[in-house]
Design a protein around this ligand. Structure first.
Ligand code: CA
Length: 760
């Protein structure tokens, strides 16, 4: 970074903007074909010929917008500023030439916007730190412009630093109360970085997997937590570190990693006191910039480093056939529900946030303070444009949307109204424009909703439109109850059977396939798999590094099996097996393959510590459980009948009782019945490796003697797996090809255990 031309830095000067142009004429150079039209996208973008940087930002309510350019991320006044002009489409545009930047001593371009509007009118005598022009902190139309607050470009491709960093822990400058509204945030505020022209096209992203979502096994994991605990790994806890795990995860049988939020969030301060969670934001559900890969997760944190390293990581996963999905948080932002101005709130508060009825506050279905405004064109554009950029430029194969019903809120102010069918809304536009990947696979993106938010009619499981899959909390809760709470909570075999075939009771009426159901028993949000079967309730108040954490659900359906680790492991295997055998899309959590524990903390959002990082030594310690997991995933991959695209029918799947005969209807409704077996015909997909699959699940507290259905003439049943504790010394799963041939049809299934058989 150059630090020359210091004299120019002292007084930023205003340069009159030329007439607004929707496209800039750019000389293609050398070809003799004359100028080519360059239509600058939103954000800060170099023209293809490198002659100028173009800035474009959207605000309907602003009356004046300036871009301010800095030569350093912090601690310096601006070197340049320029007034933007409103174009015919309402967007604000301006440009600065390379020569001007060079003359001002700007090498890497750090920039932000200052905006005026009804809440703060323009006064030619205003300078940073002045109160001239102030009207109101907020107007009845929701305007909150304040030119003393430097605003991050919503389309920033990289961000210089977090609002709160180890070098700057005081957020006062972002506040707009009477005492702070004239305080200039420019010297400390996070700034957008203009990437060099080729930053998004240098190198390739590897072959994009185009497999159907129905064929995926999703592995939900925190990008940093995946490797932060591995002291022997170079760049542990970063994109480069995660890339080093691609081969190992592929070998485990994972086909899609799903990273917890990686878009820029305020996590720099996690490092301030490594032995404290005070103010820590580990999970990252608080997005500051929707286009930018988080700088903290990069090993190379120089400008352009996060982008380069992210792309290289995606290539590593793609080279191993593994999709990269990311968890995206568009329901609220890092600006929360208060008056601090970081970006969107100062540009056009009413466009990007859902206001309260009187316009002075916000409406909230997220628990954070302010919903984003799913009704507004500018917010919808921000969502779709950033998703498209992550897919196109950063290679992402799919998205999991946090508290997704907020994105289908058809209410203008002060309420929630579920409106998934709006053709211009986020749900429909995402499926149409990105577009959603076809059910049989192909180009596109996987769209997965967390189909609930907090209160006020936001629980919408099963109600998302075509092209969307959903986290199925009813699979989660029912399997938990059946394995942990038999005799305490009534679960019927009918309910269980519905979950095991893709939850047609939830998804089929909407014309959606089994793959609409993402089946899981645990997610980042709650117990780990090991803790689910080792904890009677949450313990979030414990000391660092396993706590303390606030919140956390009180309805975990956990049980510690009397403290017996043998029975705990058996239950964990059974849970995982039900997840992987069910129709739909299975999801597991990173570390569950080695029984990762958070010691009963079920809300570790703030623990950037060994409590949440994967332990590289666990693979040795839990080798048997890991082998079980690997063979289970391999079994699902080997048997298309488990991954059927359509719904099962009587020809493809038969429910059976202990006698090997079709289960009488009465059993489906009897909460006292706990044994459920099913036979999937090998023709169901069709399934080349097996003529049929038979699974016997015993949810009871005592062993059950089961009789298998008669095998087809000339064939025999082979034992593939048994989650019972007695079989641990064989990792509970025979190696493929080494399955055990049965002599008869009788098989004892232990309590809360499950056995798998194939016919051949
Ligand atoms: Ca960050």
């Amino acid at each position: 970074m150059r630090l020359a031309v210091v004299a120019l830095a002292l007084v930023p000067w205003l340069v009159a903007c030329p007439a607004a142009q929707d496209t800039a004429a750019v000389d293609a150079g050398g070809g003799g074909d004359g100028p080519v039209a360059f239509a600058p996208p939103r954000g800060g973008t170099w023209a293809p010929d490198g002659g100028a940087v173009h800035f474009r930002v959207a605000s309907e309510r602003a009356t004046r917008v300036e871009v301010w350019i800095y030569a350093a991320p912090r601690g310096e006044p601006a070197r340049l500023s320029r007034t933007l002009a409103r174009g015919a489409d309402g967007d604000w545009r301006g440009a600065v030439t390379a020569a001007e930047l060079a003359a001002a001593g700007v090498d890497t371009i750090y920039y932000g916007y200052r905006a005026w509007g009804p809440s703060w009118t323009y006064d030619a005598a205003w300078t940073p730190g002045s109160g001239l022009g102030f009207v109101a902190r907020v107007t009845a139309d929701g305007d909150r412009m304040n030119p003393n607050k430097l605003l991050l470009d919503p389309y920033a491709r990289e961000v210089s630093h977090d609002p709160i960093t180890p070098g700057s822990l005081d957020g006062t400058a972002y506040r707009t109360d009477d005492a702070n509204r004239a305080l200039d945030s420019g010297p400390i505020a996070p700034k957008a970085i203009v990437l060099p022209p080729a930053a998004l096209t240098d190198g390739d992203l590897g072959p994009r997997p185009d497999r159907a979502l129905a064929d995926d096994v999703i592995y939900e994991v925190h990008l940093r937590g995946l490797t932060a605990g591995d002291a022997a790994l170079p760049c542990a806890g970063t994109y480069a570190g995660a890339a080093a795990r691609a081969a190992e995860l592929a070998a485990l049988g994972v086909t899609a990693v799903e990273f917890l939020p990686v878009q820029e969030t305020g996590n720099d301060a996690n490092d301030v006191d490594p032995a404290s969670n005070s103010g820590d934001n580990y999970w990252g559900y608080s997005t500051l910039a929707f286009f930018a890969p988080d700088r903290r997760y990069a090993c190379d944190r120089a400008p352009g480093g996060p982008t380069r390293e992210w792309r290289a990581m995606v290539k590593a996963f793609h080279d191993h056939g593994v999709k990269v999905l990311i968890d995206v948080v568009y329901n609220h932002t890092a600006e929360g529900g208060g008056g601090s101005l970081l970006s969107l709130r100062g540009l056009d508060n009413a466009a990007y946030y859902q206001l309260s009825s009187n316009g002075l506050g916000f409406y909230d279905s997220t628990g954070i303070g302010a919903n984003t405004n799913a009704r507004h064109r500018l917010f919808r554009d921000l969502v779709i444009d950033s998703l498209a950029a992550w897919h196109r430029d950063l290679g992402v194969d799919g998205f999991r949307f946090d508290l997704a019903p907020v994105l289908a809120n058809g209410c203008d102010r002060g309420c929630f109204r579920w409106d998934p069918g709006d053709p211009d809304g986020v749900l429909q536009r995402a499926a149409r424009e990105l577009p959603a990947r076809p059910g049989d696979g192909g180009a596109g993106v996987d769209l997965i909703a967390e189909p609930w938010a907090i209160g006020n009619g936001t629980y919408r499981v099963g109600q998302f439109p075509a092209g969307w899959a959903e986290w199925n909390d009813q699979f989660r809760d029912l399997v938990r109850q059946d394995i942990n709470l038999v005799g305490v909570v009534d679960v019927t075999l009918g309910g269980l059977a519905d979950r095991l075939v893709g939850s047609p009771g939830i998804f089929r009426a909407g014309g959606r396939p089994p793959a609409a159901s993402v089946n899981f028993v645990v997610a980042h949000d709650g117990f780990t798999l090991a803790d689910l079967h080792a904890c009677n309730g949450k313990n979030n108040g414990q000391a660092w590094p396993y706590g303390p954490s606030s919140g956390g659900s009180d309805n975990n359906y956990g049980w510690d099996f009397g403290g017996d680790p043998v029975r705990q492991r058996q239950a964990a295997r059974t849970s995982l097996a039900l997840t992987m055998l069910a129709a739909g899309v299975p999801m597991m959590v990173g570390g569950d393959e080695v029984l990762r524990s958070q010691r009963c903390n079920n809300n570790a959002y703030n623990l950037d510590s060994v409590a949440t990082w994967l332990d590289p030594a666990a693979a040795t310690r839990q080798a048997a459980f890991r082998t079980f997991t690997q063979r289970l995933l391999g079994f699902r991959a080997a048997h298309p009948a488990l991954r059927r695209r359509g719904w099962h029918d009587a020809a493809s799947l038969t429910w059976l009782g202990t006698d090997g005969l079709p289960l009488p209807d009465a059993f489906f409704h009897d909460p006292g019945a706990h044994f459920l077996a099913w036979r999937i015909a090998g023709t169901a997909a069709p399934d080349e490796p097996a003529r049929a699959i038979y699974v016997a699940y015993n949810g009871a507290t005592t062993t059950v003697a089961a009789t298998l259905p008669a095998p087809t003439a000339g064939a025999a049943w082979y034992v593939v797996a048994d989650t019972g504790a007695w079989f641990e010394d064989h990792s509970n799963f025979y190696a493929p090809g080494a399955e055990y041939r049965m002599n008869g049809r009788r098989y004892d299934v232990g309590a809360r255990a499950l056995a798998i058989f194939i016919e051949r």
